[in-house]
Write a protein that binds this ligand. Structure first.
Ligand code: PLP
Ligand code: COI
Length: 339
């Protein structure tokens, strides 16, 4: 194998040595299976293929300055996958089983964890699918849970450099009482057309508005949105956005830095009042936004006038990264060390 060029990794699929799988049958989870196959064989009437019984997670492992490998907030991802399973009537993966399989998969692929200082990390992708056959619209009786991993670079190629985003009104990724708050594949299918158009128009991502009134900011593609106004961190509260674990962590860090945190509806017009805005998520980390273009009204909101991320976003980014890489103390128990 050629040496991996850690610094030039995109955010994409990367073949590693092993993945770990577990099957739910007759009402219980079976033994773990280590696989070196990149494929899955399943029944053609599996519910994941027809009725969208599928959920996934995304988290990262980092090599710290001390050489230790740290996984960020694994239990929160496990809990969110339980909520996703409940939302589309799938078998729930218990937190302990989820964590066991994640740790096993990382340990089996240690040579793919990027070294410290390369700007890369090991992306961990847990996947839960309905494998049992149904033709009527019903939940499956059989499921597969699996975890694969791969080294990745920044989600937005700009990394921590500011990106441009586009507000859309002619597409929704999720309905107000739909599945936007859980991490199921259908939300991402629904976001593809708007996301692809944004890319073609020269934007890193689109920003979805609330589906009911189109008045409030929902999410920034595959990441949550935040704005900084004076000493306040503002982030949307909406029933149709994914409760981001990164955002949840940034709210805690912002408060610890003495900031006020507001989680509430964020009207589009309020974009004029923010000094800094950004997208946050596991893949996106913090992606500062330098420009938001409203494709319907033509209005353009500009930030980072000097082309660089603002001071508050930078401080939050460094603090979060510091905890993930062991440079800052883990005072909240967010880190699992892989040993
Ligand atoms: N919103 C969406 C739609 C996402 O796919 C993600 C990624 O997981 C996020 C937000 C960010 O969530 P987290 O910080 O838990 O990765
Ligand atoms: C993540 O941030 O982990 C995501 O899952 C976003 C995207 C790759 C779906």
């Amino acid at each position: 194998m050629n040496p991996i060029e850690w610094k030039n990794l995109p955010f994409g699929y990367f073949k590693t040595d092993y993945n770990v799988r577990c099957y739910f049958k007759d009402g219980k989870w079976g033994a773990l299976e280590i696989s070196d196959s990149e494929t899955i064989t399943m029944h053609m009437a599996a519910t994941c293929l027809h009725y969208g019984q599928e959920a996934f997670e995304g988290m990262k492992a980092f090599t710290g300055a001390d050489g230790k490998i740290r996984i960020f907030r694994m239990e929160e991802n496990a809990k969110r996958m339980i909520r996703s399973a409940q939302g589309v009537m799938m078998a729930e993966v218990p937190v302990d089983l989820f964590c066991e399989i994640v740790l096993k998969t990382v340990k089996l692929n240690l040579k793919y964890v990027p070294p410290y200082g390369e700007g890369a990390s090991l992306y961990i992708r847990p996947l839960l699918i309905g494998t049992g056959a149904q033709v009527g619209v019903k939940a499956a009786k059989e499921y597969m849970f699996m975890v694969f991993v791969g080294p990745v670079g920044p989600y937005f190629k700009e990394g921590f450099s500011p990106v441009k985003m586009q507000i859309v009104r002619d597409y929704d990724r999720a309905a107000p009482l739909g599945t936007g708050h859980i991490k199921v594949g259908g939300n991402y299918a629904a976001s593809l057309k708007a996301g692809e158009r944004a890319h073609q128009d020269g934007y890193a991502s689109c920003i979805f508005l609330d589906a009911r009134e189109k008045k409030y900011i929902d999410e920034a593609g595959p990441a949550n949105f935040f704005g900084i106004k004076g000493n306040t961190y503002v982030t949307p509260d909406s029933s149709s956005i994914l409760p981001s674990i990164t955002n949840m962590s940034l709210r805690v860090l912002a408060e610890e830095m003495g900031m006020k945190v507001e989680r509430r509806h964020v009207p589009v017009e309020e974009l004029s009042d923010f000094e800094e805005v950004g997208a946050c998520g596991t893949a996106a980390v913090i992606s500062p936004i330098c420009q938001i273009h409203d494709r319907d009204t033509g209005k353009v909101y500009n930030y980072c006038k000097d082309g660089k991320a603002g001071p508050v976003s930078t401080k939050l980014y460094l603090k979060l990264k510091g905890i993930q890489e062991g440079l800052e103390p883990d005072t909240h128990g967010w880190i699992t060390i892989v040993d």
